[in-house]
Design a protein around this ligand. Structure first.
Ligand code: ADP
Ligand code: ZN
Ligand code: ZN
Length: 725
């Protein structure tokens, strides 16, 4: 029997429910991709009509079908995007609902229309202020938003904000939610490219013009002008009236990036990140969906937006591991970007000075096209890189800067040049212990140490965010004044610099200090205006920044990243140090880089000092090959957690016991995860290692699907894992 044509299958955005069938009422015309409101029990929920052939048949009698309530006024999701959603759900073993929630990521886009009222401060202060009101006024200086948003930002209840509105401290502002976005101008500030840039740009421009899927690895040394080069491809898409998505890894990157974009295209691009207000989200979402937002610069979640006519995705700093999402849907934005290009038929550019080994391998086997810019732009030369052997050239006790590096810093300060000290550790000290009894401060919710943040006088867990004031006495032995900080974080290095070079003006640059686009912009302008001599920063400052007066980079502890020993430890360390080194000597003055290490002969350090990237990558690739590791084989992790330790262990044993025997696939574990407790949940892991030919996803889906777990147990799968914690 043929299904009646007015039956539609709808994916609801609620993860717990699979797709459901509904009936299109007479007069409503809708097909796959349409966003609809449907009834579920007494509720009315959003969903998307999906292609019939994706899910198995459901034998619900036509007469029992409830009707679709409403067709939402927005363009239907295109076929390419629907295929992408199918692919992501299949590949990363998640539900369509979870992926669609990222696509329809602005609820305001469907529910609100016309104008909306936001509030902002008037400058008037009511005479009598409760502490809460005073705090809210303080926190909301310069802010604007809905009552709910302002309340959340200030950490007070809605009622406090409403009270302040009544008292005249806030005034309403009427916002038209759909005012158009400014249009970029393709040839506004086009630079003259050098020959190598031109060759790379021409290839990308041609691909944009002809359309069709292709993947480029734009591999240019730090300071080679990759941005200017791929901007040519962006310009071509603008000329064609098509859309472009530029994915950036960190929010901090956007401030200088937006300025550069504006210099090149005359206007700021539309942006997408998690800190947008709901009206901004709505405006951008709709402009992306109707095609009027021509260029969108965004964090990884922008990848799932429903572009009307996307013609190009650029993934900048494509080697960055922050493109891998570690919670919710565990996807890798770089890989999903390539798939989106494939399904929708347009080129994708992966730009980096240190491409991921996987990307480089794809160039080697001819699947991706390599574009190289081998030297820095203009007169700038690559910096000279030297290792400092800490066993020979040792810092003083309880110090971390070797004499050679200290001298180099001193010279820079005298010459009025800038330096960067790189240490990938936030806070003052990674571990605090009691001198008397040896007690170590551990997070109550996680298997991790509490990290001292001296600037804000807190101990903090970097895994769950738990914070506490540093106690005056040891909770174990009760002695007072016995806490000692062990090891350095950036704040401690900053202390050391301030003591040893009291005239130097320092700044700590981490996600703790540069937590908003405004803070990042302020940091950039302070460095550019030469109000800073020495930057002490984590990997946050190793990307994207261009400070011409910065001539010295010191890597405080090159061995740190190699200790973990996971699959990508060597590659990641190489990339981080190469990127940090890449901040030196980007202007006319030559750069110098010192790498502090106890192991100068380690292949990573040796390759960096010799400037021999290819030798390092080749050796690393060989190792991966012989180990059957990605890209030659694949991994998937299964993470089982529960608040009850026994329950977690038993569930993990059940998973392990049910592991299928498959040729070319090995299952390791279960074992307690290195991060054995996280946010109060006990964690067990299994690792699946398989040859590329094995259909890991299908196997795991059937394997886990055959098991039943107690309510308190969560089972997550991480396909192509980057974190092994
Ligand atoms: P990368 O991203 O490869 O590290 P950038 O794109 O930051 O390099 O370029 C380094 C610097 O050189 C920037 O200040 C950039 O504006 C400048 N630059 C690069 N190419 C050109 C060009 N063709 N004309 C003018 N300036 C350029
Ligand atoms: Zn003690
Ligand atoms: Zn914690």
């Amino acid at each position: 029997m043929n299904p009646p044509t007015n039956r539609v299958r709808v994916v609801l955005l609620t993860q717990a429910i699979g797709p459901l069938d509904y009936r299109l009422p007479a007069g409503m015309e809708a097909g796959p991709g349409c966003v609809v409101m449907v009834p579920l029990g007494p509720r009315k929920l959003p969903g998307v009509i999906w292609d019939d052939d994706v899910f198995g048949d459901e034998a619900v009698d036509a007469s029992k079908l409830r009707p679709v309530l409403e067709l939402v006024d927005c363009p239907p999701l295109g076929q390419g995007l629907r295929r992408l959603v199918n692919w992501v759900a299949d590949y990363y073993l998640t539900s369509h609902a979870a992926v669609l929630r990222m696509v329809l990521s602005s609820s305001a886009a469907f529910t609100v229309s016309g104008t909306i009222i936001e509030y902002r401060r008037t400058g008037f202060e009511p005479a009598r202020l409760t502490p809460q009101r005073a705090a809210a006024l303080d926190a909301l200086e310069g802010a604007q938003g809905l009552v709910r948003e302002l309340a959340a930002e200030a950490g007070v209840s809605d009622a406090v904000i409403r009270g302040l509105i009544k008292a005249g401290a806030f005034e309403p502002v009427t916002i038209s939610v759909d005012s158009p976005l400014p249009e970029p101008i393709a040839d506004f500030g086009a630079p003259k490219l050098n020959d190598a840039q031109m060759v790379a740009a021409d290839a990308m421009v041609a691909a944009v013009r002809s359309g069709g899927f292709d993947t480029f690895v734009l591999d240019g040394v730090t300071g080679s002008g990759k941005t200017e080069t791929y901007f040519e491809a962006v310009a071509e898409a603008i000329r064609l009236g098509k859309q472009v998505l530029v994915l950036l890894p960190e929010i901090a990157l956007t401030a200088p990036f937006l300025a550069r974009f504006e210099a090149r295209f005359g206007v700021e691009p539309a942006v997408w990140h998690s800190n947008l207000r709901s009206t901004q989200r709505r405006r951008v979402w709709r402009a992306v969906a109707d095609g009027s937002a021509q260029v969108l610069v965004g964090a990884r979640s922008a990848l799932f937006l429903p572009f009307a006519n996307l013609r190009l995705i650029i993934v900048d700093e494509a080697h960055e591991s922050s493109f891998k999402q570690e919670d919710g849907v565990r996807y890798h934005a770089r890989d999903v970007a390539v798939m989106r290009g494939r399904f929708e038929g347009f080129p994708v550019v992966l730009a980096s000075a240190t491409p991921a080994l996987e990307s480089r391998h794809m160039v080697t086997i001819g699947r991706y096209k390599g574009l190289e810019i081998p030297s820095r732009f203009g007169a700038a030369k690559m910096p000279e890189i030297k290792a400092i052997d800490l066993t020979l050239d040792a810092p003083e006790r309880q110090h971390w800067i070797a004499p050679t590096l200290l001298k180099a810093l001193e010279e820079r300060v005298e010459r009025g040049e800038q330096s960067l000290l790189f240490l990938n550790r936030r806070g003052f000290a990674p571990l605090t212990l009691c001198r008397t009894c040896g007690h170590r401060f551990q997070c109550p919710n996680c298997t991790s140490w509490m990290v001292e943040h001296r600037l804000v006088r807190r101990l903090a867990c970097h895994h769950c965010g738990h914070v506490m004031p540093p106690p005056d006495e040891c909770p174990e032995c009760g002695e007072s004044d016995t806490l000692v900080a062990c090891g350095p974080g950036v704040e401690r290095i900053c202390d050391e610099v301030n003591r040893l070079l009291p005239d130097a003006r320092t700044i700590v640059a981490t996600s703790d200090t540069l937590w908003s686009p405004e803070k990042a912009a302020e940091f950039v302008s302070r460095v550019e205006n030469k109000a800073v001599d020495i930057i002490i920063g984590t990997q946050l400052v190793t990307k994207g920044y261009h400070f011409p007066e910065l001539t010295l980079v010191g890597v405080i502890d090159a061995d740190l990243g190699l200790e973990g020993g996971d699959l990508r430890a060597a590659e990641r360390t190489f990339q981080q140090i190469a990127q940090a080194a890449g901040r030196a000597g980007r202007g006319e003055k030559p750069g110098e880089v010192f790498i502090q290490t106890r192991n100068p002969n380690h292949p990573v350090i040796a390759a960096l000092v010799a400037g021999d990237r290819d030798a390092f990558y080749d050796a690393e690739t060989e190792q991966r090959k012989s180990a059957g590791a990605p890209p030659f084989g694949r991994f998937a992790a299964i993470i089982i957690s529960s608040e009850d330790e026994r329950e977690a262990i038993e569930a993990a044993r059940a998973v392990g016991g049910a592991a299928p025997q498959v040729d070319g696939m090995y299952v390791y574990g279960p074992a307690p995860a290195p991060l054995a407790m996280l946010r109060g949940r006990y964690r067990q892991r299994l690792l699946v290692h398989a040859q590329r030919s094995v259909e890991v996803q299908t196997i795991i889906r059937e394997w886990l699907g055959s098991l039943h777990f107690p309510r308190g147990v969560r089972v997550g799968v991480d396909v192509d894992p980057y974190s092994f914690l």
